[in-house]
Write a protein that binds this ligand. Structure first.
Ligand code: NCD
Length: 479
């Protein structure tokens, strides 16, 4: 392996890639398809190159996988590289209780790039914290699956050429599906209109909707106003700002047109039964009858696969079905991503692969390990007993424009601490040995002093830690 890698980039969220970088991945994938495609099947890579010879990819899979792991490994072999695989936690040191933080530090010495899949939200970010080589998220709990989204967008682009004014319906388990979460962020960023069709009780999570609205400037437009319901299934999500539209769309969106137009793609996901306590729930079925509605006449049918019962196999011969092509694109797209992360392209325009999306502007508040509040998401990697010694609770400080108030978003699983849960929080100052109520002290504190502060669940916890209430806070409380 050469020692000249300029920058170790990790791809944990689709938002770790700028729109321009996604375009770069697609250019590289298209080049691989042109140079190495099968003679009979144009979307299939049929032979290999030696671009990554001498490099090793490690697949570290703590959850079942067919497409993601095998297409990554196929991609690495097609690039002339080699793979090492840990695909069954029951026969790895995880079964002995080894932490992910330790495993990744070891594997970084055996391989040059790692793809990881894990049942906990935020596990891939924790792995990246400890890795000395690039880490790619192959799916972490119900958080994100960014490389599936790259395959999805590449498929849409090959079919439609552009996401400009595109309307995409997303159907099924919108709550538990990590593929959906990465996909909606990308659709929003590229200016597509999203039409959510959730199974009952499986709407997009509030924190995902919040980010679509606040970070990606989406407008929520009622399909059919239903007074008294805040349910997101009654909404269309459309891009609100021209700056989002750099890749696929024109600067102007005609909302009327976007809402009336026919659907360009229906994206279906299975019930994620491993993320729910019930093993069965009422669930939509996408079949010829569903697609018989005139608005779906030209809609491509997509699915990240595996399918169970939600997508009728009789559709396989329907001209609109493109899910097997979508899965085939896993190879060129992942070849592109691996080769870019390893900086293997001699072509200068593809060599520039640094930057990422805007999220890192947010100030980070990191608590010392073992004290203060926990992320409220029970499936967050920070709550995993095996990782407790290694996963500090780290939160982005989401400051309101006024600079007076803020909320916390977990760095790992990216869920926000709910206002209800935060209602009794107090902020302790470890230097002054005082605490004050609410999170506002965080909003007012300069970033360099944040390291002295700890958020406690309530006053009692702060007092138990030897802190006393700040005089000004006491005066304000007692009037
Ligand atoms: C998806 C996953 O693992 O999230 N599969 C995949 O990678 N193509 C979708 C799923 O399991 O439903």
């Amino acid at each position: 392996m050469t020692k000249s890698q300029p920058l170790t980039r990790h791809i944990i969220s689709i938002n770790d890639l700028s729109n321009k970088e996604i375009e770069t991945v697609f250019d590289a994938a298209q080049d691989f398809l042109q140079e190495l495609s099968d003679r009979d099947v144009p979307y299939r890579i049929g032979c290999g190159s030696d671009l990554a010879s001498k490099f090793i990819l490690a697949s570290l899979f703590y959850e079942p996988s067919t497409r993601t792991r095998l297409s990554f490994e196929s991609a690495m072999l097609r690039l002339g590289g080699a793979n090492i695989t840990s695909a069954d936690p029951a026969v790895s040191s995880a079964a002995k209780g080894e932490s992910l933080a330790d495993t990744i530090r070891v594997i970084g010495n055996y391989a040059d790039i790692v793809v990881i899949r894990h049942p906990r939200d935020g596990a891939a970010r924790l792995a990246a914290d400890y890795a000395q080589v690039p880490v790619i998220n192959g799916g972490d709990g119900s958080h994100e699956h960014p490389t599936q989204t790259l395959c999805d967008l590449f498929t849409l682009r090959s079919k439609k050429k552009s996401l400009k004014n595109m309307k995409v319906a997303i159907a099924g388990d919108l709550k538990g599906s990590r593929t959906i979460h990465s996909f909606v962020y990308a659709l929003a960023r590229f200016g597509a209109t999203i039409d959510p069709l959730p199974a009952p009780g499986m709407e997009l999570p509030a924190h995902v909707v919040g980010r679509l609205r606040e970070e990606f400037h989406c407008r929520m437009i009622s399909k059919a106003p239903r007074p008294g319901t805040g349910s997101i299934d009654a909404l269309y999500v459309t891009a609100d700002q021209p700056h989002q539209l750099s890749l696929y769309a024109e600067p102007e969106i005609d909302y009327g047109l976007a809402l009336q137009k026919k659907t360009d793609a229906v994206y279906v996901t299975r019930f994620q039964k491993e993320r729910w306590s019930e093993k069965e729930r009422p669930y939509p079925k996408i079949d010829a009858k569903f697609l018989g509605e005139p608005k779906y006449a030209e809609a491509s049918v997509m699915h990240p696969l595996p399918r169970v019962n939600e997508l009728d196999a009789a559709l396989d011969s329907d001209r609109r079905a493109i899910y097997f092509r979508q899965a085939a694109y896993g190879v060129p797209v992942r070849m592109a991503l691996i080769s870019l992360l390893l900086h293997l392209h001699k072509n200068k325009s593809l060599h520039k692969f640094a930057g990422g999306f805007a999220k890192s502007d947010l100030p980070l508040y990191a608590q010392p390990i073992g004290i203060g509040i926990q992320c409220g998401n029970a499936n967050c990697i920070t709550g995993d007993p095996a990782e407790r010694q290694y996963a500090a609770n780290k939160f982005y400080l989401m400051k309101e424009p006024s600079g007076q108030r803020c909320k916390l978003r977990c760095l790992y699983c990216e869920t926000d601490i709910e206002a209800d849960a935060a209602a009794h929080f107090v902020v302790g100052d470890l230097v002054r040995k005082t605490f004050s109520p609410g999170l506002d002290a965080l909003a007012r504190t300069p970033d360099e002093r944040l390291k002295h502060l700890v958020v406690y669940k309530d006053e009692a916890d702060a007092k138990a830690a030897g802190l006393h209430e700040r005089e000004s806070a006491k005066r304000a409380r007692t009037g």
